[in-house]
Design a protein around this ligand. Sequence first.
Ligand code: NDP
Length: 329
Amino acid sequence: MEYRKLGNSGLTVSEISLGNWITHGSQVDDPTAQACVQAALEAGITTFDTADVYSNTKAETVLGEVLKGVPRESIELCTKVCHPTGPGHNNRGLSRKHIMEACSASLQRLQTDYIDVYYAHRYDPHTPLEETFLAFADLVRQGKVHYIGVSEWTAAQIEQGSALAKELRVPFIASQPQYSMLWRVIEQEVVPASVQAGLGQITWSPLAQGILSGKYLPYSAVPPGSRAAAKAGKPFFNKLAGHWLHDDVLTAVQQLLPLAKELGLTLPQLAVAWVLHHPYVSSVIIGASGPEQVLENVKASGVKLDQDILTRIDEILGKWIERNPVLTG
Ligand code: NDP
């Protein structure tokens, strides 16, 4: 495993992180979650990503339990606040009240005294940004949070947040957007704004939720047990991947297989390596429904891709690559 600095900060993260959206506390049982985390630790992953909302808060509980006993200083534990965690009108958003309460609840579930990177999971248009950043600044001063990040914020929102963070002298260091060979909407606006603000990207869904693993074949039923096997509305499938489960997209993805083979990589490894190729990326968060996926995907760390490969990937995926910055969020 190789390691990178997170943005302009002094914090080091593993260039591959393990996330537990959809998996821990939901799709996979606790022993499998434990095995995935164990495989990650053995492979040198030190950065773990979760959120209070994942599996209705169970994902944090599972992660806290399986990381119990791991020296706290040897890992970076990251979680998020914003999406609803209860029915009440203050169980959501980025108000001071919810941030303070959500942080205490996350610390308890994660069985830790502090969060390394605490993210605003989305932008909250119903709360003044000053209120949000002051709450974050207070958490930093209290030692409950070490660094601040945001997820799926636009360039303009990042700029506003950065100005407040400077004024309040809090370390605002990370942006967490979706980024993959198929989804590149951050490149035009979010990345330049982040570089300017000193944020590193910790990106999600490098395999486009499994589409870029190559296991979904065109004109075929989805593999049993896969994330897409339970369709929209059922627990393990997210609408984000829906538009990629399309025969033309899946045919293009199959054409990447010989290219990966040429490099001595599997397709999941090529997909993760493609994200890591970009210097503004500090870490790629992988998801896994079993330890064998972790062990396979971590081998993308340290892989170098040359321009010829990047060009051929772009030619193969062609019009299926989404680049419109308006889709951020
Ligand atoms: P990926 O795109 O890496 O998809 C992971 C899924 O793909 C696995 O659960 C598995 O699903 C399948 N897969 C993984 N490796 C392989 C392999 N080698 N071969 C075949 N199939 C494979 O990432 P996720 O969508 O899971 O997102 C990763 C993390 O990013 C999340 O856990 C979360 O921490 C973060 N995230 C953040 C968001 C945000 O808004 N900030 C939003 C979404 C995610 P299966 O086996 O079930 O088919």
